[in-house]
Write a protein that binds this ligand. Structure first.
Ligand SMILES: Nc1ncnc2c1ncn2[C@@H]1O[C@H](COP(=O)(O)OP(=O)(O)OP(=O)(O)O)[C@@H](O)[C@H]1O
Ligand SMILES: CC(C)(CO)[C@@H](O)C(=O)NCCC(=O)O
Length: 463
């Protein structure tokens, strides 16, 4: 589609974006088959530290001041024979983590993601010696799809017959709002978790925030992992284990011809990774242990949900997306053609491009603003909010990809859950504004990679 063509896709409307390895299988000294000792290196390599103060301009992308150039992998320390005390502590750790049940948890700003590994290769001896509590927990998790009022198992994402830490089994994917952590811990307690000696692998900000509550309420130790290390590790693992994990959209703007097409991501590097959670992190990934966080923005999925609730009175993400699906952002936004009467041809800006988000709502925007406001529905407001947030993220992603000279842009995070409008908008934007040189890629397990990555990890834990 050329710059002057009209953008007619109902999913995108005028929401065009402006301006725009394989997981290791080797055995390792950790004793966890499938994982090398690369996590420790990874922790040293990445720029995972806190970002420093918010850049001026508030919600915009965190600026170049936050960039930290690639650090070279530190050389391994010369081998020192571990003392018997530290050896015992390490063995203790390993024993705790290896004892079932195996969970990986990513406790984010909005959603907590819990990945449960159900072993399917249990020997008769093991089955006999397994305590009742453990059997009950397994039954409870695998036979239900809802837990309490707000916990859900995403059954369509379940992965059977996978290998984790040398065992064969099934991965189950469960989520609940982080705000319900108190109830989650209550539930875990009521199922007898506190009677098991358990260490849970955990990541995300909540692994730090809720560490004491886990210990106090359910006698669980958290083995903490960095969220971005875990994210990448999880992506590589799931991509390796699911041949249809990665896809792109062919013809994203066409209602009739738009198609989801599988994409082979087995040689992924380099790629730009855009994680759209409550906030957004943008990473340049050059190898399994080699990445940097380029930038981020606080205008993310949390912003969409917050603004949408304020503007429309809706209460859930699902409701917000449903409203947006029936809305028209051109009733709310000001388009290039509202300013130019048509295209701004010299700069390649088509008339149906959003020139200014939400400007149609403000008093100096239009002569007939009052009537216009009266004509705007909740659906239109939801759509405009979704398009605004998506466009902004797309624009940042595009600039980062071009600065880093990277062509594949992988979008993940739960903002993309049940959200084909944003998926297609991002797909179109990457392609259109790069003259076809950038490709937007998406992954089926959207928001679960961090939880999977830390379930797999052992080396590289933070404490
Ligand atoms: N059922 C849901 N409830 C709330 N938000 C949802 C839901 N489903 C999808 N979302 C969207 O996903 C976003 C959270 O995504 P995700 O779980 O990837 O991030 P997070 O880990 O909570 O946040 P962060 O990584 O920034 O700490 C929400 O802000 C919202 O836009
Ligand atoms: C703070 C995190 C990393 C928590 O997951 C995420 O919400 C984020 O990347 N926020 C954007 C922060 C910024 O760079 O402006």
């Amino acid at each position: 589609m050329g710059p002057h063509a009209t953008h007619r896709c109902k999913d995108c409307l005028s929401g065009r974006i402006m301006s725009g390895g394989q997981a290791g299988r080797s055995s390792s000294s950790s004793g966890f088959p499938g994982f090398g000792d690369d996590m420790a290196d990874m922790a040293q390599l990445h720029n995972g530290g806190p970002d420093g103060p918010q850049a001026p301009g508030g919600g915009g992308p965190s600026g170049p001041g936050r960039e930290v150039p690639f650090k070279r992998a530190k050389r391994c320390k010369p081998y020192e024979r571990p003392s018997s005390v530290s050896r015992n502590a390490a063995l203790d750790r390993e024993r705790q983590v290896m004892s079932m049940p195996w969970f990986g948890m990513d406790i984010g700003g909005t959603l907590a993601k819990l990945v449960y590994f159900e072993p399917k290769d249990i020997t008769p001896d093991e089955a006999n010696s397994e305590i009742e509590t453990l059997k009950n927990i397994r039954r409870y998790l695998t036979k239900n799809s809802a837990y309490g009022k707000t916990g859900h198992r995403d059954m369509h994402l379940q992965m059977d017959n996978v290998e984790v830490r040398g065992r064969k089994g099934t991965l189950h994917f469960i989520r609940f709002p982080t705000s319900e952590m108190g109830n989650f811990l209550e539930l875990a307690k009521s199922k007898g978790m506190a009677t098991l000696v358990t260490t849970v692998c955990a990541t995300g900000g909540g692994a730090f925030k809720f560490e004491d509550s886990f210990q106090r309420e359910v006698n669980m130790k958290l083995m903490k992992f960095d969220e971005l290390d875990s994210l990448i590790r999880g992506i590589l693992y799931i991509e390796t284990n699911n041949p249809t994990e990665c896809y792109y959209f062919a013809d994203p703007t066409s209602d009739d011809h738009c198609q989801k097409v599988p994409y082979d991501l087995s040689n992924p590097y380099p790629f730009l990774l855009v994680n759209i959670g409550s906030g957004v992190s943008v990473l340049a990934v050059h190898g399994p242990n080699k990445y940097k966080r380029i930038t981020g923005t606080s205008l993310g999925g949390g912003t969409f949900l917050g603004l949408c609730c304020l503007l429309t009175g809706c209460n859930t993400f699902e409701e917000a997306i449903e409203l947006a699906t029936g809305g028209d952002n051109t009733k709310v936004d000001k388009l290039v053609r509202d300013i130019y009467g048509g295209d701004y041809g010299k700069m390649g800006l088509p008339g149906d491009l959003v020139a200014s988000s939400f400007m149609g709502m403000c008093s100096f925007g239009q002569m007939n603003t009052k009537e216009r406001r009266a004509n705007v529905s909740r659906e239109d407001l939801a759509r405009a909010t979704l398009v605004t947030i998506t466009n902004n993220i797309g624009s940042i992603a595009r600039m980062c990809a071009s600065n880093e000279k990277i062509h594949n842009v992988v979008f993940v995070g739960n903002f993309l859950r049940v959200n084909p409008i944003s998926l297609k908008l991002l797909a179109h934007a990457m392609e259109y504004w790069s003259n076809g040189t950038l490709k937007a890629l998406f992954l089926e397990h959207e928001g679960y990679f961090g939880a999977v990555g830390c379930l797999l990890g052992f080396n590289g834990f933070l404490s």
